[in-house]
Design a protein around this ligand. Sequence first.
Ligand code: HEC
Length: 218
Amino acid sequence: MRGLSLILCAAVVIILASCKASGDYPGLEYAPNMYHSVAYEPLSQITDLDHGTFTNALDNGRGEFYNTNQYNPYKMNLRTPPAHVVRRNAHGWLPYRGTNDTTGLRMANKLVSPFKNDSTPAILAQGKAAYEMYCQHCHGAKAGGDGKVAQGVKIDGVEHGVYPGVANLKGDAYKNITEGHIFHVITYGKGLMGAHGSQVSEEDRWKIARYVKSLQKN
Ligand code: HEC
């Protein structure tokens, strides 16, 4: 009996010891198809040609998870873009390069919306949807500066204070602001209003600007 438990103990120790991971070696993997994609992944770095051979139903002599590009740096499928490459959106627009200062705002006043004079109902409808998501709680449904956040609300018995100084965009002071001005203010914020450039796409910012202008006219 004693001999048997000794052997069992030794077996457990050997099994555990052989599982050890070190350096780049992650150790024995249980169910590797839970971790590794069969499809080509941009950051895949599997360098072992045999990786996952035992699960591979294909006859190509390669491991199931060998989906790496061995000619690229770090064997990733993704290539680093050349220097100074700039992202364009689906319309081919370059990113907004106006600067976050008074000069940037002055220049933004003269910007023409990429939607030009196109005021199809779809643009206004999408502008309205985005306005309701990002602006209405402060500026109000009709842009009168009377959103719930501006007025302060009581939720579950807890009083939420008033967000001060929300602009009434229907007031005389803002009547003549241009779409470019609104676009710039959404991007970088202004005074007490925070920036929304990282949350709202450029396309949606221009649509919101058009929608705000339409609210101002009604
Ligand atoms: C958290 C509340 C809040 C949200 C959300 C908000 N604003 Fe504002 N907004 C303000 C406040 C406060 C001001 C006044 C800023 C100041 O003058 O200090 C302002 C000012 C403005 C102005 C006038 C800027 C100027 O020229 O003085 C515009 C235009 C504007 N907001 C548009 C928007 C649009 C469009 C959105 C949605 C993307 C939005 N705001 C979201 C609080 C908000």
